[in-house]
Design a protein around this ligand. Structure first.
Ligand code: SF4
Length: 440
């Protein structure tokens, strides 16, 4: 595929999409995994062909921004050489299977979904009919891990209820209006039967006249219920089942694994990993984690399989490299979109403003977690409202919204919650946030 194909569609490895600061090349990682060698290759390629800082995405992928015009094909060829490409260019977009970064490692998980996710990914890549799915069409396979992203909606989700069965649902998050449950042994067949039904409807229109490209387009017609009823396996009602809440900030620091080893998580400030950070991370992974790095949907990294004896030194090294591994800085849970530095729709330089905001808050001796700065109302970095959203208005000025439990969910203006401040400077926003008795 030529890199200029579908110029304004989602970025991919084979489809480098133009943006304000150059091309964006998104590299989708099966189950978020990256080898130390691939991380080193990425560091070199980003420095050579684009912005040296690699971005971690909220779908546990990575992307290179600022790709120089005329160098797209060279970058693509080098990424293929590094083993970061799918088996065919047509299979790139379909690699959207979300799992916990602790998948296969978590002693609290209800089901180890690693093999299941691998089989699903392999089949999605191998069978061209699934390549007709939208590049944004995503599937979550949740084993009930204690560290899990259950705020990002997916087109189809399966979530373990126990070791024998999975709930499933559409266009939402695990536990949200489930359509039913199937036996664990039937998940793969059920998922592909749903995909086959959906693919047959792609391009047709729903009752509102919308062209069907995502599962949400079917919700108006109640067709998901019909799809579930037509599955080639037994579908159970699941009553008032709710997915257990994952651990807050569980992606930070050390987590004990099955077998007694540890996984160690670190957040690169604002999701950006510079070349020295990436090379250092690769070296550390090779030294303590069997060469494995896992990207997470919190725009962060996790190193698995670390011996207890190596853990303190590994955590210290990760901090030295610039990753936040403890909830001792507001940047541990602050996210932004590209903002005006990288996106023509951005009204504000979200990255620079986020650093100033976090520094101001930390400087006052407190911490606030769950801040999202967005350059416009599209909210690319946060599919669901963050506890605190700063919506860019014009350079250095934001509206501030709160969507915490006390103020009630995700309604309100712009869908970010209750607006508690208008046209604030960063200093004013920091002061107002301090008054809100923030939650960890
Ligand atoms: S939220 Fe707006 S400003 Fe930010 S990256 Fe998306 S479109 Fe651009």
């Amino acid at each position: 595929m030529n890199s200029s194909d579908r110029r304004f569609a989602c970025p991919g490895l084979f489809r480098i999409v133009p943006s304000l600061d150059g091309g964006i090349c998104r590299i989708k990682l099966p189950r978020g995994r990256l080898s130390a060698g691939q991380a080193r290759a990425l560091a070199g390629l980003a420095a050579r062909h684009g912005h040296p800082e690699i971005e971690a995405t909220n779908r546990a992928n990575v992307q290179i921004r600022g790709v120089h015009a005329g160098e797209e094909e060279a970058l693509i060829a080098a990424l293929v050489e590094a083993g970061l490409a799918p088996k065919s260019s047509g299979a790139d977009d379909v690699r959207n299977v979300m799992v916990s970064p602790l998948c296969g490692l978590d002693p609290e998980a209800l089901f180890d979904v690693s093999d299941l996710a691998d089989r699903v990914l392999a089949r999605l890549e191998a069978e061209p009919r699934y390549h007709t799915l939208s590049p944004k069409f995503s599937i979550e396979i949740d084993g009930g891990e204690s560290v899990a992203m259950i705020q990002h909606p997916n087109d189809i989700w399966f979530s373990a209820i126990n070791g024998n069965s999975f709930a499933f649902g559409f266009s939402g998050v695990p536990g949200e209006t489930p359509a039913g449950a199937v036996a664990a042994a039937d998940v793969e067949a059920a998922l592909f039967a749903l995909l086959d039904q959906f693919i047959a409807m792609i391009g047709t229109r729903n009752a509102k006249g919308d062209k069907i490209t995502r599962m949400r387009h079917l919700l108006v017609d109640r067709r998901p219920a019909e799809m579930a009823a037509a599955l080639p396996c037994k579908v159970h009602a699941i009553g008032d089942w709710r997915r257990e809440e994952p651990m807050a900030l569980g992606h930070l620091g050390a987590r004990r694994q099955i077998g007694g080893r540890f996984a160690l998580g670190g957040v690169p400030p604002l999701g950006r990993i510079g070349p020295a950070m990436m090379r250092g991370l690769a070296d550390l992974a090779a030294h303590v984690a069997g060469g494995e790095i896992r990207m997470t949907p919190w725009q962060s990294v996790l190193l698995p399989n670390i011996d207890e004896s190596a853990l303190p030194e590994a955590q210290e090294r990760l901090e030295e490299l610039g990753f936040v591994t403890r909830p001792d800085r507001t940047l541990a849970a602050t996210i932004t979109c590209a903002g005006s530095a990288g996106c023509k729709s951005g009204h504000t330089d979200t990255k620079a403003d986020a650093l100033a905001l976090a520094n101001a808050i930390d400087g006052w001796g407190t911490l606030i977690f769950g801040i999202h700065l967005t350059g416009c109302a599209k909210s690319c970095a946060a599919p669901r409202p963050a506890p605190f959203t700063l919506l860019g208005l014009n350079p250095g000025h934001y509206d501030l919204f709160v969507a915490d439990k006390a103020t009630g969910g995700d309604g309100g203006m712009a869908g970010f919650g209750e607006r508690i401040g208008h046209d604030l400077t960063i200093e004013q926003a920091a002061q107002l946030l301090m008054q809100r008795k923030p939650t960890a």
